[in-house]
Design a protein around this ligand. Structure first.
Ligand SMILES: Cc1ncc(C[n+]2csc(CCOP(=O)(O)OP(=O)(O)O)c2C)c(N)n1
Length: 582
């Protein structure tokens, strides 16, 4: 393959495919999502979205047990969900190579927290490779599968947002077809009850010692000697920043960050006058170098968020490399639900009811922002349901308490929360926002939407039957664009002494191929009351006189605004019609 410009995620997919991966499985999450979306386009590999990362890791583990190579993909918080699997897979080891692609998100571009996957790796006792660009993202996949099989261990390839989404040239090769290992029953290796696990625990320790030896010799840990006044130990995208900001510094670039090549690090440190560790997220390398007795330069670099060449240059008094200044006076562009988003109808009702909304993660989290301001909590996927039960137990408010959760998130980790509510006799209300997709991460299929990883059809779960089977006494489906029906359902179910689920079902506005004719405001009838503005639709704004105006190029004709206008000032117009004299 000639040199091709690829993102890190595209390169991971290419590298895994060339390494002969038989199955790719994961759960979407920025910045990891495009790995599977690209891998699914190749032949000879089966790709599946799992309902959550734990299931994905189990499926990948099963493929490995069956003797074939598998890749499991997730974002950093996904590894919290899958960690129960990983920590014991470290004991069982593998048969076919098993690689975890985990993408961290320093600076939280699209995440609810910052986490450093290296901590999980150390706690689980699994090796970690960390690429710095797309070529390495590609090459490290093959290496990861080789390490996995030769050391009998799952391997983590850790990415960060800039490596996952940044693009650079990749020189690829052909796909290899590794011979599958025939299945053989090996309970001492795979049945982790205490007697077997104790033996495997010793194997894990031996393996980590052997991997530390490997780390000393592998060319992915390399010393680049330049000046001797400063030596920098670094990895991942930060290596690129260091090269740009401190071009004179010698660098120990770590492509394998766990276990560490301590002899190499000590030797490098002895060859330079001062040693600095430059890393994003936790002081992971720093602590280990400190513990090895290496005196480190106090860099004063931030302990949270992303680094950059400018930040690093400034910390070393080298001045900042040229950074393009932000254009002054740009209007702020806060994230908003799209025009015609069905979620808006539910939150409009909840805001009017002054409900306490235990929320969840998805596009709908934006309902926490003004003007809807209709969400009280958002912690992690699935938390809405358990937290609603907790609020019910706290019994500290007279306001209705409602859990709101998206369809993908409900399948991910809301089901068990609902089961808990049923089991404990809750009279709570859960709203499942069924917009027929996993919208937030780019419209991946899920078990509720009945769309497969390749975009083709898949069996669709009967959501109503599922909620009933889990113990909801009342399950009703509403069209969230029908504001009256939605409000009635919310009021009736929150007042009733039973456990209820309201399924707010209408497709994501971005999935609608034939939008309805747009609406416009009759300025003679508009009283400037602001009711339509309070929907928070980006198609509606105020003119200089305070009257509402609808941008007909953005409006998709959902008609929610028509229902809140008490003066009949909002009227449907043709697609390109100017409201003019209406
Ligand atoms: C454990 C975990 N995995 C993945 C993500 C990334 N993520 C955030 S919300 C979401 C799903 C959103 O889909 P859905 O619940 O259907 O809501 P929608 O965006 O469609 O409104 C995903 C995959 C995450 N935050 N946490």
């Amino acid at each position: 393959m000639a040199h091709t410009l690829m993102s890190g995620n595209e390169a991971v997919a290419r590298g895994a495919w060339e390494a002969g991966v038989a199955v790719g499985v994961g759960y979407p999450g920025t910045p990891s999502t495009e790995v599977l979306e690209n891998l699914v386009r190749y032949d000879h590999v089966r790709c599946e979205w799992a309902p959550n990362e734990k299931v994905a890791a189990e499926v990948a583990g099963g493929v490995s047990l069956g003797g074939k190579r598998s890749l499991v993909t997730m974002k950093h918080v996904g590894l919290n969900v899958a960690s129960d699997v990983l920590y014991t897979q470290a004991y069982t080891g593998v048969t076919g190579g098993l690689v975890y692609l985990v993408a961290d998100d320093p600076g939280m571009h699209s995440s609810q927290n910052e986490q450093d996957t290296r901590n999980h790796a150390a706690a689980a006792h699994v090796p970690v490779l960390e690429p710095s660009d797309s070529q390495e993202s590609y090459e490290f996949m093959r290496l990861a599968f080789e390490i996995s099989e030769s050391f009998d261990t799952p391997v983590i390839v850790r990415m960060t947002t800039r490596v996952s989404h940044g693009k650079s040239l990749v020189e690829g090769a052909e796909r290899m077809e590794p011979e599958p290992t025939p299945y053989a029953r090996r309970p001492a290796k795979y049945v982790m009850m205490p007697g077997n696990a104790r033996v495997r625990r010793g194997d894990v320790a031996d393996r980590m010692a052997r991997l530390a030896g490997f780390a000393e010799a592998t060319p992915v840990n390399r010393v680049e000697m330049r000046g001797t006044s400063l030596g920098v130990v670094t990895s991942g995208v930060v290596y690129q920043y260091v090269r740009e900001a401190l071009p004179e510094a010698s660098v120990l670039k770590l492509g394998m960050v766990h276990p560490l090549p301590m002899d190499l690090i000590l030797d490098f440190s002895s060859r330079v006058e001062r040693v600095a560790v430059i890393e994003e997220l936790d002081p992971w390398l720093s602590l280990r170098l400190h513990a090895a007795g290496i005196e480190l330069v106090e860099t004063g670099l931030p302990v949270a968020g992303e680094l950059s060449p400018a930040v690093i240059g400034a910390a070393f008094g080298h001045g900042s490399p040229e950074v393009r200044a932000a254009i002054p006076d740009l209007p702020p562009r806060p994230p908003l639900m799209c025009p015609g988003c069905p979620h808006r109808g539910v939150f409009h009702g909840l805001a009017a009811m002054r409900a306490v909304v235990t929320g969840d993660i998805g596009c709908y989290t934006l309902a926490a922002l003004p003007p809807l301001s209709a969400m009280d909590s958002c912690v992690c996927m699935g938390a809405s349901v358990g937290m609603a039960r907790g609020m019910e137990l706290a019994a500290s408010t007279d306001r209705p308490v409602v859990a709101v959760i998206g369809d993908s998130t409900f399948a991910h980790s809301g089901l068990t929360g609902l089961l808990h509510m049923a089991y404990t006799g809750s009279h709570g209300t859960v709203v499942v926002l069924d917009n027929r997709t996993t919208a937030m991460t780019g419209h991946q299929g899920n078990p509720v939407s009945g769309v497969a990883c390749d975009g083709g059809p898949a069996p669709e779960v009967d959501l109503e039957a599922l909620c009933r089977a889990l113990g909801a006494e009342s399950v009703r489906v509403v069209d969230p664009h029908d504001l009256g029906a939605t409000r009635t359902a919310l009021e009736e179910e929150t007042a009733a002494a039973h456990l209820s689920v309201i399924i707010a079902k209408a497709p994501c506005a971005l999935l609608i191929k034939d939008p309805k004719d747009p609406y416009a405001v009759d300025e003679e009838l508009c009283t400037k009351c602001g009711a339509c503005i309070r929907l928070g639709c980006p198609a509606i704004s105020k003119d200089d006189d305070g009257r509402a105006v609808i941008d007909t190029a953005l409006c998709v004709g959902c008609a929610q605004c028509v229902q809140v206008c008490r003066f009949d000032a909002i009227v449907q117009v043709g697609p390109s019609c100017d409201i003019g004299g209406v």
